[in-house]
Design a protein around this ligand. Structure first.
Ligand code: TYD
Length: 140
């Protein structure tokens, strides 16, 4: 079911230090979900994009751990664009939002924290089917 929550940027803790900066995320404190899974996307060739799916249940927090990239989200009606450029910012993506990651800078790393273990059943990867699902959710 589509969430009442919306995609939004969040500022994460940032520990300044002359030795270098440190940022951390704790479940149910900096994100409002249990972190069940962490994955990261790297070595993305120029011009490639990732994602292009929606989740039925999974909540995500996406961080540009290195470099920068753009995340586009879509709720079935409107697209929104978020530039992730800082390792102390996260983009929260609720379930029910189609999302793509693109415009990766060279050497960038997309770190993703997810509220579920991986299961393909939680993915909608067909955009036409997603539109149909979002239309029905909008009517419900
Ligand atoms: P995919 O979801 O297509 O990547 P993205 O949406 O980020 O572009 O995943 C690529 C492959 O990796 C696919 O075969 C599923 C697998 N995978 C896992 O096994 N576990 C995971 O946690 C994730 C995110 C993907």
């Amino acid at each position: 079911m589509k969430s009442e929550k919306k995609p939004h940027m969040m500022e994460l803790p940032r520990m300044y230090d002359p030795r270098g900066s440190l940022t951390f995320v704790e479940e149910n404190r900096h994100v409002a979900f249990d972190i069940k899974r962490v994955y990261w996307i790297y070595d993305v060739p120029g011009g490639e994009s990732r994602g292009a799916h929606s989740h039925f249940e999974t909540e995500l927090l996406i961080v540009a751990a290195g470099g920068s990239f753009e995340v586009k989200t879509f709720d079935g009606k409107e697209w929104e664009s978020f530039m992730l450029t800082k390792p102390f910012e996260g983009l929260y993506v609720p379930p029910g939002y189609w999302h793509t990651l693109g415009n990766f800078s060279s050497g960038s790393v997309a770190l993703v924290m997810a509220s579920t273990l991986y299961t393909e059943d939680d993915y909608e990867r067909d955009f036409e089917k997603y539109l149909e699902w979002a239309r029905k959710e909008g009517e419900a």
